[in-house]
Design a protein around this ligand. Structure first.
Ligand code: SF4
Ligand code: SF4
Length: 425
């Protein structure tokens, strides 16, 4: 128990107590500039004024219990005083008059403490994983059932490295139905709700009907991904009749069949989603006009890096300060960004050659012929090929927005630039 009598300051030494709101996230204190961000009202404040940074550092010293005394002379440092006032206006800082004889208040500031801090697993090893239901971390599976496709999209080998997409292989390979069932069966011990079925052209999978029968046996939300170039109404209707989702990829150049005719067939079923892959503003404008002619169409637009459209990314995708701060970011989200990659965490992908990946830009962490999904979840927690890749690298680790920014995505990997922003160009 804390003896608060000892916290009564000598008479007259302090005029104010100063502290930060419990809702405030403080960026890395070892940098020359500081960002204070109110995670409830979205207000932020940046300062590189050294005396102010020292005050914030003092607040965080364990012996100060989250609050410090300010001497009357603080008001003479006009820049520091103005900075403090600015913080107070934004509900970031709190100034409290010292009442003589009363003990120093305490303000327990938020600290990162994820109950099941996954870093601990990697330090203490397998023993610590026993008793933790690590299969509960698995929330999504992508199963590539084949590599066959007769189309020749110029970016076939690029799309799936950036977003969920079909891709064809140099040789014809497919995953046996037995292995697909093994995966579905093992995933029933996890938190998996969504199963994405991808190829190649999945409509060419020789055991598609048997696979559809499995979707009745194992209850998940199944998403069947098909490029519009491979769309075939009869097969689509079979998938849709079993209440499965269909995700229709629209990549450029468009296929010979009209995208409008595919849209007409799919419209009205809210389990169908169009996934538009765009590389230019012209393609974006085309998609905007198309979706206007089909009110109610469900769709997502994904930018695709094609090796020559970095200007398109710089203009439309790279983050600005305003983008980062446009929505209020919760403390929970910021803490998660420090530990987990929200783009990758919880997802595994099985390829037709039976290899298992936590991300298709990362090395394989298993082989479904001999490794279970549990083995792979464990391997990923220990090896961290993707699930816990956070912004702890240059230049993000020198940036005040380090953990306000979204987790690193595939775009950083494919473009070969670790910060897709205009903040630290
Ligand atoms: S339709 Fe898909 S798998 Fe076929 S070539 Fe195009 S991107 Fe590759
Ligand atoms: S440098 Fe990194 S952390 Fe900073 S704004 Fe850019 S992407 Fe975000």
């Amino acid at each position: 128990m804390l003896n608060t009598d000892k916290l009564i300051p000598p008479k007259g030494i302090y005029k104010y107590w100063f502290t930060l709101s419990k809702n405030v996230y403080v960026s890395n204190l070892s940098q020359g500039a500081l960002l204070l961000y109110n995670t409830v009202n979205g207000q932020s404040f940046e300062s590189s004024y050294i005396p102010f940074i020292e005050i914030v550092k003092d607040i965080h010293k364990p012996e100060n219990l989250g609050i410090i005394g300010l001497k009357p002379s603080i008001e003479e440092d006009q820049q520091c005083w103005a900075t403090l006032q600015h913080c107070i206006e934004k509900k970031i800082g709190l100034l409290i008059n010292v009442e003589e004889g009363k003990s120093k208040p305490i303000n327990l500031l938020p600290i990162l403490s994820l109950q099941k801090d996954i870093d601990k697993f990697t330090i203490s090893g397998e023993q610590d994983l026993i008793g933790h239901n690590i299969m509960s971390y698995l929330t999504e599976l992508n199963i590539y059932i084949n590599t066959d496709c007769e189309q020749s999209c110029p970016l076939c080998t690029n799309y799936h490295k950036q977003v969920n997409s079909c891709f064809k292989g140099a040789t014809s390979t497919s995953l046996s139905l037995k292995l697909v069932e093994t995966i579905l069966n093992q995933a029933s011990n996890s938190s998996t709700k969504n199963i994405n079925i991808l190829g190649g052209n999945i409509f060419r999978y020789s055991l598609l009907h048997e696979l559809l029968a499995l979707t009745l046996k194992y209850k998940y939300e199944y998403h069947f991904w098909i490029n519009h170039k491979n769309f075939d109404e009869e097969t689509y209707q079979k998938i849709a009749s079993l209440n499965n989702h269909t995700d229709i990829i629209v990549s450029f150049p468009l296929g010979k069949g009209s995208i409008e005719s595919v849209a007409k067939i799919c419209l009205g079923n809210d389990r169908n989603t169009f996934q538009f892959f765009i590389e230019t503003e012209e393609q974006y404008n085309y998609v905007s006009e198309l979706v206007e002619t089909f009110p109610g169409i469900k769709y997502h637009v994904h930018p695709i890096y094609n090796g020559t459209n970095i200007k398109f990314f710089e203009k439309n995708i790279f983050l600005t300060r305003e983008d980062i701060l446009s929505d209020t970011i919760s403390m929970r989200k910021i803490f998660c960004n420090q530990k987990l990659n929200s783009n990758n965490f919880g997802s595994l992908t099985v390829l037709p050659d039976a290899s298992i990946h936590a991300n298709l830009n990362s090395k394989s962490i298993g082989d479904i012929n001999k490794d279970s999904l549990l083995d792979c979840v464990y391997a990923e927690l220990v090896q961290n090929t993707a699930w816990r890749k956070v912004r702890n690298f240059e230049p993000c680790n020198r940036c005040s927005y380090q953990y306000l920014c979204p987790s690193p995505s595939n775009y950083e990997t494919v473009i070969g630039k670790l910060n897709l922003c205009n903040v630290n160009a």
